[in-house]
Design a protein around this ligand. Structure first.
Ligand code: M6R
Length: 617
């Protein structure tokens, strides 16, 4: 959470580029923003509470000018959302400006120490302490790199820092520990940022920094150092650096709205292409059959993830049970530590995370590794923390997702996991080669089905919007439908701020049905593995609920005389191929929540209190 960026070049003012970078990083948090630049012999900065658009209207960032600058967009951890807590933070002299993504754990003791030495701490943030710590160390060090190394040795926590130091006016210092940081290497321009989209306008040549690395960039040069245990450090040599340099294939368009009003709607409509990329990018990759081998030879299979990625894991679990006859244990990653003591030798953990950064999922991986359990990561982000800490990785290749609510990455995770399931089923001899290939051929057709489902949803949604005059709704499913219902309810909650609750439909009569009264909206997600959900639809209709059955058009349900009071949201046919049903049934809920949010006057790209990547406990 929080996005940082720093840019240095020879002559041009970097402020416009920093603003574009902030727009691309806003998905990481939008509680406040700030920019600092070095101009001549001073560091000038502006910062304030609110998202980028709001703050830009209030403070004219474009009045700032300088060829070296840093910027920050915040998701508040230490200290409330206000102008003072916004980054950048300065030391007492005004010579050092710091932006930070992460959390400094020994914040309280550092604060006491620094205040006792006379430092004037203005904000409630942990970040400001680091600026003052650097100020102290700088006085005792021969170089700023040495001061930085000493200051880093004094802090415990997670960080990516970008730092301006007035006496080195064309350099930006940086450091990374468990928060992402990437260097962009252009010819006469260098940049650092939390994520690739912020760099794409400047260069496609990047270095994914590793934990414990720090250094500086200047317009024509950069140096990377490594912290050593015990507080020392060493400079990386040319060969070590050359090995790290990568070229990325993404274009700046991938990180723009491309004419759409919001990233979320762009990403919803982008799904057919994104899911095609997932399929084409993985189908020939030997990693898929290798992963299937590892999974098939493991003892128990645990799946762990948070939010939308957890819902994708639930789909995987259901498909694995049906096709591969393999039981798996899906566990929300923040709950993993309560059961990790039961890990046994030869168990396997499959960690699913779009960002590859989610703290809870990373912790679950660490717990597993501590217990000698192998980990396979499924992520969308190359070289992310989760990838680095896992034994084996597969990539969804859906391209950058900027909207905070996950959409295209959900279906791309499902695509990859279903491909994997087909390989596992073959590996376990539940499917012969032809049967496996037949499933893969069906999956190849999924992008077309998503397209048709989006078109069908667009037609149905105007009528559905009216049902949400009630503040609450149920989304019920059985079998595979539970995971789709859970994702639908999450989408509605997080961007429309209306309450939507998902439940296994069979469980609804054990309590939740008590809430149902006339016109209460109840969605029934009907999948081919659970025709008995018809009974639950009838129970709800009998209590005068507004029942909307969301199903593949060709799926027949035994609804008898209650048919008339039930509304059917018929999606494209699935031919009872269960693997295709998430692609057919999910888009309705994505589009519905998007349209509802817009109708209610909310910005779906920036749901309140959320950030795209949750890197705190
Ligand atoms: O990056 P991850 O997939 O690990 O993120 C997991 C959740 O934080 C994420 O899915 C979250 O629930 C989103 N708000 C869903 O739209």
């Amino acid at each position: 959470m929080c996005g940082i960026i720093g840019i240095t070049n020879k002559k041009c003012n970097v402020v416009d580029k920093l603003i574009i970078g902030l727009q691309r990083l806003e998905y990481r948090g939008y509680d406040s923003v700030g920019i600092a630049v070095i101009n001549g012999d001073s560091i000038n900065f502006k910062k304030g509470a609110g998202d980028l658009d709001t703050v830009m209207k209030r403070l004219s960032f474009t009045d700032l000018s300088g060829s070296t600058g840093i910027a920050h967009t915040r998701w508040a951890t230490h200290g409330g959302v206000n102008d003072i807590n916004a980054h950048p933070h300065m030391d007492c002299t005004g010579d050092i400006a710091v932006v930070h993504n992460g959390v400094i754990r020994n914040f309280a003791s550092l604060k006491l120490e620094l205040e006792s030495k006379g430092h004037k701490i203005k904000s409630e943030t942990d970040t400001e302490l680091f600026a003052h710590l650097l100020e102290d160390e700088e006085k005792k060090s021969a170089t700023f790199i040495e001061a930085l190394a000493k200051a880093l040795a004094r802090i415990d926590g997670t960080y990516s820092f970008a730092i301006l130091y007035k006496k080195d006016p064309d350099k930006i210092y940086f450091a990374k520990m468990r928060s992402p940081l990437i260097i962009g290497v252009g010819e006469n321009i260098k940049a650092i940022a939390s994520d690739l989209p912020a760099l794409l306008d400047m260069t496609k040549t990047v270095i994914l920094l590793e934990d414990g690395e720090f250094g500086y960039i200047s317009p024509t040069n950069f140096e990377i150092y490594k912290l050593l245990p015990g507080g020392g450090y060493k400079k990386l040599n040319l060969e070590q650096i050359t090995l790290k340099v990568k070229t990325v294939e993404l274009t700046p368009e991938a990180a723009s709205k491309g004419g759409y009003q919001h990233f979320m709607i762009k990403e919803i409509y982008e799904q057919p292409n994104a899911i095609r990329e997932t399929f084409e990018g993985n189908i020939e990759d030997p990693a898929l059959s290798k992963a299937a081998e590892i999974i098939s030879s493991s003892n128990r299979i645990f799946l762990t993830a948070a939010g939308t990625s957890y819902h994708a894991s639930l789909v995987f679990s259901k498909i694995l049970a049906k096709r591969a006859k393999l039981f798996s244990y899906p566990i929300i990653s923040s709950e993993m530590s309560y059961v990790s003591s039961t890990f046994q030798k030869d168990d396997l953990l499959i960690a699913v995370s779009q960002s590859g950064e989610t703290y809870d999922t990373l912790q679950a991986i660490r717990d597993a590794k501590k217990n000698g359990v192998k980990v396979i990561a499924i992520t969308n982000v190359l070289g992310s923390a989760i990838v680095r800490e896992s034994d084996f990785s597969l990539y969804t290749r859906a391209g950058p997702e900027i909207g905070v609510a996950a959409t295209k990455t959900f279906l791309s995770q499902i695509m990859l996991l279903e491909m994997l399931s087909a390989f596992i089923s073959h590996e376990r001899k539940e499917l012969d080669k032809n049967e496996r290939n037949k499933i893969l051929d069906y999956l190849r057709y999924a992008p077309n089905l998503i397209q048709s489902s989006l078109e069908a949803s667009d037609t149905l949604i105007p009528a559905l919007l009216n049902l949400h005059k009630k503040n609450s709704s149920y989304i019920l499913g059985r079998g595979l439908g539970v995971a789709i219902a859970m994702e639908g309810a999450l989408k509605i909650k997080e961007i429309t701020y209306l309450h939507a609750e998902s439940y296994p439909a069979g469980e609804s009569k054990h309590g939740p049905i008590a809430l149902v009264e006339k016109d209460f909206p109840v969605y029934i997600v009907s999948t081919s593995d659970a025709p008995e959900i018809a009974g639950n639809a009838i129970e709800m209709a009998a209590r005068n609920a507004k029942v909307i059955v969301v199903k593949p058009a060709d799926l027949k349900l035994e609804l008898k005389e209650d048919r008339k009071s039930i509304y059917f949201a018929d999606m494209p046919p699935s031919n009872s191929i269960i693997e295709l049903e998430p692609f057919i049934l999910t888009p309705l809920f994505q589009l519905l929540s998007y349209r509802l949010a817009v109708e209610r006057g909310y910005n779906p790209d920036k749901p309140r209190n959320l950030a795209k990547t949750v890197t705190v406990e």
